[in-house]
Ligand binder design. Structure first.
Ligand SMILES: [Zn+2]
Length: 293
């Protein structure tokens, strides 16, 4: 088979993505096929019709104070980059939140059209600022405390699809911060008046030097308000992290690492909610008591 036909076949076999999808949810450092990369525009400075980067509206997390959620972002520059079919064109694409008009996201990209007659092409993402991926909640950062940097390294690995790396960083964080996590759980248990026996089990777990044994021993002493869909977060973390890394593929590690991050985020949320509810309840009781005759 002639080489050109072979190339065409490979191109057709690869999945094609919408450009918005690629910008929103593809980690950097890979070439992706894009179904509609550019549109024809007349540009006098080029003396005719060119393929202009289509710059679709995209949806991203905006972390400005007024937004703090998924918002539409729009391309900011008047002129869009021109893309050719011969070589890659290199450019930055800057987007701004259309709601608060404050938060920006800049992509560093390379793009190439399949031919002058098609809308399809290839796009490569060198990186983006702020970094790719959903932001790490500040409560989670607070929960892991001194291991913040290790955790963010794990996050970077996860974002780039490096499963083994993400797994190892997250496991290290949970191992190192086991007592910090347990002491937050103890704080909640004491506030909600858990049994002495439960609190003792949790405290004993902080003394246990063997990480896996500690999680296993403490898993059933968790207050109900901290259960995640009925499961003990410590049991979830224990079963995820006790897998031997050598027995797992990179994809499996990535899967487990992502679940560990989600469980940690959920746990940090529930911890802070439980403490907040308790504070609100104490305040309410105090108010009512002061009116008591
Ligand atoms: Zn915004």
């Amino acid at each position: 088979m002639p080489e050109r036909a072979e190339n065409e076949k490979i191109k057709k076999a690869e999945p094609e993505y919408h450009l918005s999808d690629f910008l929103e949810s593809h980690p950097p450092n890979q070439v992706s096929r894009i179904s509609k990369l550019a549109q024809k525009e007349y540009r006098s400075e080029y003396g005719g019709w060119v393929d202009e980067f289509i710059a679709p509206q995209i949806q991203l997390h905006c972390s400005s104070e007024s937004c703090n959620g998924e918002r539409f972002f729009r391309y900011v520059d008047q002129n869009k980059p021109v893309i050719t079919s011969g070589d890659f064109s290199f450019f930055y694409a800057t987007y701004r939140c259309y709601n608060c008009l404050k938060e920006e996201k800049t992509f560093s990209l390379a793009a190439k059209m399949d031919s002058t007659f098609s809308e399809t092409g290839e796009c490569y993402k060198f990186g983006e600022l702020p970094n790719f991926g959903p932001p790490t909640p500040s409560r989670l950062i607070k929960l892991i405390g001194p291991d913040r940097d290790e955790f963010l390294k794990g996050r970077r690995c996860e974002n780039q699809g490096l499963g083994v790396g993400a797994f190892i960083y997250y496991r290290r964080v949970v191992e190192n911060q086991k007592n910090r996590i347990l002491s937050e759980i103890i704080k909640v248990s004491e506030k909600i008046g858990a049994s002495q026996e439960q609190i003792k089990t949790l405290k004993d777990a902080t003394e246990e030097t063997q990480f896996s044994t500690a999680l296993k021993n403490a898993k059933d002493a968790i207050p109900e308000s901290l259960l995640i869909n009925g499961h003990s977060p410590l049991l979830l973390l224990h079963s995820a992290l006790s897998e031997g890394i050598h027995a797992l593929s990179d994809e499996e590690c990535l899967d487990i690492a992502s679940s560990v991050r989600v469980v940690l985020a959920e746990l940090s949320d529930r911890l802070s909610q439980a403490l907040k509810d308790e504070a609100a309840l104490a305040k309410a009781l105090g108010t009512l008591m002061s009116y008591k005759k």
